[in-house]
Design a protein around this ligand. Structure first.
Ligand code: FAD
Length: 438
C-alpha cells in the first residue's frame, strides 16, 4: 500500500507516524512545501518574544530523523500542485529545481493547513503574518531592527500571544480589533478580564474599529486616528488552504473547508483530509464547523491512519477546547459561548462563579472566573469559560471531559476531584458549578 501525504506538520505527520506504527510495510511519502516538517507552530510566538530562545527547539523532527526512525520518505521544498484522481497521481513541484514530477498513490491524505487571511488594505505588503518557520525568522529579524511600536491587527489567540511577546521585546504594542471584544471564543464579560490584563501590562487594546490604511510608520483607523506602528502584524484569522482539493473537484464547503465524513474521507473515497483545511463536526449540533486547532489536527491524523489499515475505530465530534495565556493569566473555553447560543435561539442557563483557585487559607489562591452554560431543559453542558492565574486550564479540561462523557450540569456536583489545600477546595470550583441550580 502506498500512502501519499500533503503537508508535513500537525495532521500530516501524525497520520504518517501512526500509519508506520500500524503497518511496517506501507510506503509513506510526505510532501511539504516549506523547508521544515514537524515544527512547533504553537511555539512560534514565544520564539518571537525570546521565551523559547533556541530556534532549534521549534524543529521537532527533520526529514532525516523521520526517515531513520520511521522509514517515512519526507520531501521538503516539494509542493503538490495538482491531483489526477482518475489516474491516482499527484503532480509535485520541486522548489529547488522547479521541476514537476508525478507520484502515484493508493491513498492520499491532505493536511495542507490554513493561511493567515490578509485583507486588501493599502500598505498590506508591510504586514507580517505568522504561520511557519520562514515567517518566524522574518518576524525575529524585524524585531532585531529594534522597532519602537507595533500594531497587531486582530485580537484572537495568535494576536494576543504575539502582542505579549512583542511587548516582552520592549516594543509598545497596540492590539486593534474590529469587533467590540478580543478573543471571540469568549463572551464579552469574560474577555474583559483578559483585556484588562493586557492593559495593565502596558498594551493598548482598541476594539470596535478597523484598520483602513497601513502607512510607512502608522496604521490608520476608520475613525481617522493614526497609531504609530514601526511593525505591523496581521492576525485576523485563517482560511483553509483547500485550493488543491477544490481544483481536483473534491467537495468544499462555503468557508473553504474540505468536506469529509466522520472518518475524514473526502468526496473521493481514496482521499482523506484532516487539520485546519478540513471541516469538522460540531459536538453540539453535528453541523459542519471550522476549528483550526492542533489537537483536532493530530487526533484526526491518527484516526485516518487507523481507518486506512482497517482498524476498528470511532470518531468523536469537536468541542473546540482552547486556551491562551496572557502574562500568566489563562483564558480557556470549551463548547459554545453565550453569544452563539443566543444567536441560535437555544434555551440555556448561564452560571457564573468566582471562587478561589484553591483553599483561601492556603497562600497563593487566585480568583477564578468561571462560566458554565447548560441547556435550560435538559441540563446538557453546552460550554464553559474559565479565566484565572491558577487552575483555569484544569477546570476547563474537566468540563471538556464531562462534556465528552455526556455528563449533565448537575453531575459536576458529584465529581470526585483531587484535593489538598494548595490544589483545590474540598468543594472544588467545578463542584460549585454543579451545586448552582435555577
Ligand atoms: P499545518 O500544521 O499548518 O501543516 C500544513 C502544512 O502543509 C504546512 O507546513 C504547509 O506548508 C504544507 N502544505 C500546504 N499545501 C501544500 C502543498 N500543496 N504541497 C505541500 N505542502 C503543502 N493550535 C492550538 O491548538 N493551540 C495553540 O496554542 C496554537 N498556537 C498556534 C500558534 C500559531 C502561531 C499558529 C500559526 C497556529 C497555532 N495553532 C494552535 C494552530 C495549529 O498550529 C493548527 O491547528 C495545526 O497546525 C493544523 O495542522 P495542519 O496539519 O492542518 O496544518
Amino acid at each position: 500500500r502506498k500512502v501519499v501525504i500533503v503537508g508535513g506538520v500537525a495532521g500530516g505527520m501524525s497520520a504518517a507516524t501512526r500509519l508506520r506504527r500500524l503497518d511496517e510495510h506501507a510506503e509513506i511519502v510526505v510532501f511539504e512545501r516549506s523547508w521544515y516538517v514537524s515544527f512547533a507552530n504553537c511555539g512560534l510566538p514565544y520564539h518571537v518574544g525570546g521565551v523559547i530562545e533556541d530556534r532549534q527547539a521549534l524543529l521537532l523532527q527533520t526529514p532525516e530523523s523521520l526517515g531513520r526512525r520511521f522509514g517515512i520518505d519526507v520531501r521538503v521544498g516539494h509542493e503538490v500542485v495538482s491531483i489526477d484522481r482518475a489516474a491516482k497521481l499527484v503532480s509535485v513541484r520541486n522548489l529547488n529545481t522547479d521541476r514537476v514530477t508525478t507520484e502515484s498513490y493508493d491513498t492520499l491524505i491532505l493536511s495542507p493547513g490554513a493561511s493567515p487571511f490578509v485583507p486588501d488594505l493599502p500598505g498590506k505588503e508591510r504586514a507580517l503574518t505568522l504561520r511557519n518557520i520562514a515567517d518566524v525568522d522574518e518576524m525575529v529579524a524585524a524585531v532585531a531592527r529594534k522597532p519602537h511600536t507595533a500594531v497587531v491587527i486582530g485580537g484572537g489567540f495568535i494576536g494576543v500571544e504575539l502582542a505579549e511577546n512583542l511587548q516582552l521585546r520592549g516594543i509598545d504594542v497596540t492590539i486593534l480589533e474590529l469587533s467590540d471584544q478580543i478573543l471571540p471564543p469568549l463572551d464579552p464579560e469574560m474577555a474583559a478580564y483578559v483585556a484588562q490584563e493586557l492593559v495593565e501590562h502596558g498594551i493598548d487594546v482598541v476594539t470596535g474599529t478597523e484598520a483602513t490604511v497601513i502607512g510607512e510608520h502608522t496604521v490608520t483607523l476608520a475613525t481617522g486616528e493614526e497609531i504609530p506602528a514601526d511593525l505591523v502584524v496581521m492576525s485576523i484569522g485563517v482560511r483553509p488552504d483547500s485550493h488543491l482539493a477544490k481544483d481536483a473537484g473534491l467537495e468544499v464547503n462555503s468557508r473553504g473547508g474540505i468536506v469529509v465524513d466522520e472518518f475524514q474521507r473526502t468526496s473521493d473515497p481514496a482521499i482523506f483530509a484532516v487539520g485546519d483545511a478540513a471541516e469538522k463536526r460540531d459536538a453540539l449540533t453535528g453541523d459542519a464547523a471550522m476549528v483550526p486547532l492542533a489537537q483536532t489536527a493530530n487526533r484526526h491524523g491518527r484516526l485516518v491512519a487507523d481507518v486506512i489499515v482497517g482498524r476498528p475505530t470511532s470518531s468523536k465530534p469537536v468541542l473546540g477546547t482552547a486556551i491562551v495565556g496572557v502574562f500568566g493569566l489563562m483564558a480557556a473555553s470549551v463548547g459554545w459561548n453565550e453569544k452563539r447560543l443566543r444567536a441560535a435561539g437555544r434555551r440555556y442557563r448561564a452560571i457564573h462563579a468566582h471562587p478561589g483557585s484553591h483553599a483561601g487559607y492556603y497562600p497563593g489562591s487566585e480568583t477564578l472566573h468561571l462560566k458554565l452554560l447548560v441547556d435550560a431543559d435538559t441540563d446538557e453542558i453546552l460550554g464553559a469559560q474559565a479565566i484565572g492565574k491558577d487552575g483555569a486550564d484544569k477546570r476547563i479540561d474537566v468540563i471538556a471531559t464531562a462534556m465528552r462523557g455526556g455528563l449533565k450540569g448537575a453531575d459536576l456536583a458529584d465529581l470526585e476531584l483531587a484535593y489538598a489545600p494548595q490544589f483545590g477546595s474540598a468543594k472544588d470550583p467545578i463542584n460549585m458549578l454543579g451545586f448552582i441550580d435555577d
